[in-house]
Ligand binder design. Structure first.
Ligand code: NAI
Ligand SMILES: O=C(O)/C=C/C=C(\O)C(=O)O
Length: 486
């Protein structure tokens, strides 16, 4: 069993009041870490360390020095790849292949890409005419926002935390991170990396703990935090927005989703089945971009449901490092209960359960894990609860559709607006549909195909603002205009 401490001013320290909480494995409920729980004083120390670093060595770094050190961070993550994979598997219980192919490499990329972005994106300038004919030159400079509070979730913990820390540091800010209480391990490891490559003390700080009445709330209310970036549930976003209104701090929010997958009859059938399988079930469905509502054009509906069912019934639940297994548990028993309550609700509201719907039978040593079966439903009305609320589990409802406008209306009939995946060989239709769906990201004939230079974020209740490429620079810097009379 490990002890996970806060990382403040370059040192691993326990909570000032000695409080801690347990991190248990979602796979078998084994105790894997005792984690320091941050109180007001711990958060305050972290914020002050971050402020001091801004006013000290880090604030004096040139952009080139920051770029070099962030490349060093990425290289050190890659050097310690196996440690990060182990830590993320222990935290989430998800299969090793997701960690090695996606989540950990993306963590390293989040530092390199934003180092490149800050180096290459020009600032605007305008030549302005003046009555004397001599003119003026306006040019913009970017300065860091200051101390950025980073509040991150558990579902792809390393990827989603570094997606914020990478650009924040590239832009010259300092950060205080409050990782999810469910997944403290990789953020702690990142502290070791920061020290190893010589990131100055106080630039990267971590305070563990919960949300309300704990480190999350104290960090987001702290008056010396200049901006807050958050990924998590929409209701949490609303609470953080209230906190940010004290002192008019800027926010960037990536929130929940109730995304639609749309499959037209002319799509490449096998690729569409594979794509929807991934979008609904990757990471056991705990992906904000995932599709819990799937619409399939009527001529291929039955065949599609059958093919997806067949694929889903092949999943093998088990430990993350068991090569014979490819399906992990829910993050916690609390989340398992939430997902199972939606499974019950779907049946109550008249769903046909195509497959799944319960808890899989597991061997004795894994019986304590937070397992659920991947589940497919058909037959629900558009206003059924599981068609409206984000479940964040391995499940989807599949409905047939008859025409393009009908499916666009259904896809848009949600308070969320994060992403969509559309499958068709008709390019005109693809562009047409993409333009009409009210989401931040539409994938055509793909899903979760990421280019970190592109805008990422949600519409409606799925978020505020965009991050990615130059959009991250917009959030993590303040633009100042200088006007020079010639
Ligand atoms: N749009 C996007 O890019 C993504 C959105 N999500 C969303 O995240 C959710 C799942 O993640 P969870 O960790 O359960 O979300 P959550 O909102 O419960 O927690 C996220 C973080 O906020 C903290 N927190 C909770 N209450 C707080 C408060 N009052 N003040 C300050 N901090 C607080 C938590 O401790 C955690 O670190 C899903 O709804 C999912 O859709 C997840 C990943 C990506
Ligand atoms: O690629 C990103 O930047 C965000 C990805 C989001 C997830 O992985 C998720 O919500 O699971």
């Amino acid at each position: 069993m490990q002890h996970i401490n806060h990382f403040i001013n370059g040192e691993f320290v326990s909570a000032v009041d000695g409080k801690s909480f347990e991190k248990r494995s979602p796979v078998d409920r084994r105790l894997i870490a005792q984690v320091s729980e941050g109180g007001k004083v711990d958060v305050d120390r972290a914020v002050h360390a971050a402020r001091a670093a801004l006013n000290g060595e880090w604030g004096a770094f040139t952009m080139e020095q920051r770029v070099e050190i962030l490349y060093g961070v990425a290289d050190e993550i890659t050097r310690r790849f196996d440690d990060f994979v182990e830590a993320e598997m222990a935290d989430t219980g998800q299969p090793k292949s997701i960690m090695t192919h996606a989540f950990i490499p993306r963590g390293a990329a989040n530092f390199k890409i934003f180092a490149d972005v800050i180096k290459n994106v020009p600032n605007e300038s305008f030549q302005t005419t003046t009555p004397d004919g001599l003119g003026a030159l306006n040019y913009a400079i970017r300065v860091p926002k200051g101390v950025v509070g980073v509040v991150s979730p558990w579902n792809a913990p390393f990827l989603l935390m570094t997606w914020k820390v990478g650009p924040a540091l590239a832009c010259g800010n300092t950060v205080v991170v409050k990782p999810s209480e469910e997944t403290p391990l990789t953020t702690a490891l990142l502290g070791e990396v920061m020290n190893k490559v010589g990131v100055p003390k106080g630039v990267f700080n971590v305070v563990h703990g919960f949300g309300p009445d704990s480190a999350g709330e104290y960090l987001t209310h702290h008056p010396k935090v200049d901006a807050i970036t958050f990924t998590g549930e929409t209701t949490t976003g609303a609470a953080i927005m209230k906190a940010a209104s004290e002192g008019m701090r800027d926010v960037s929010f990536e929130l929940g989703g109730k995304n639609a997958g749309i499959v037209f009859a002319d799509s490449d059938f096998d690729k569409a089945v594979d794509g929807i399988y991934k979008s609904s079930f990757l990471n056991s469905g705990q992906v904000c971009l995932g599709t819990e509502r799937v619409y399939v054009e009527r001529p291929i509906f039955d065949k599609f449901v059958e093919a997806l069912k067949k694929k889903v019934e092949k999943v093998r639940h088990g430990r993350p490092d068991d090569e014979n297994c490819n399906f992990g548990p829910m993050i916690s028993h609390e989340h398992q209960a939430k997902v199972l309550s939606y499974y019950a609700k779907a049946v109550e509201e008249g769903a046909t359960v195509v497959t799944g719907g319960g808890v899989p039978s597991m061997p004795e040593e894994l019986k304590e894990g937070a397992w659920v079966e991947p589940t497919i439903w058909t037959g629900l009305a558009e206003d059924a609860t599981v068609m409206k609320e984000e479940i964040f589990g391995p499940c989807c409802h599949i409905a047939p559709f008859d025409d393009e406008q009908q499916v666009i209306n259904w896809a848009n009939d949600t308070e969320y607006g994060l992403s969509t995946t559309v499958w068709t060989r008709d390019l005109s239709r693809a562009h047409r549909v993409a333009a009409k769906i009210n989401v931040g990201i539409t994938w055509i004939n793909s899903w979760f195909l990421r280019d970190l230079r592109t805008a990422f974020g949600g519409s409606k209740q799925s978020g505020i603002g965009r991050e990615g490429g130059v959009h991250s620079l917009e959030f993590y810097t303040e633009t100042r205009n200088v006007c020079v009379k010639l």
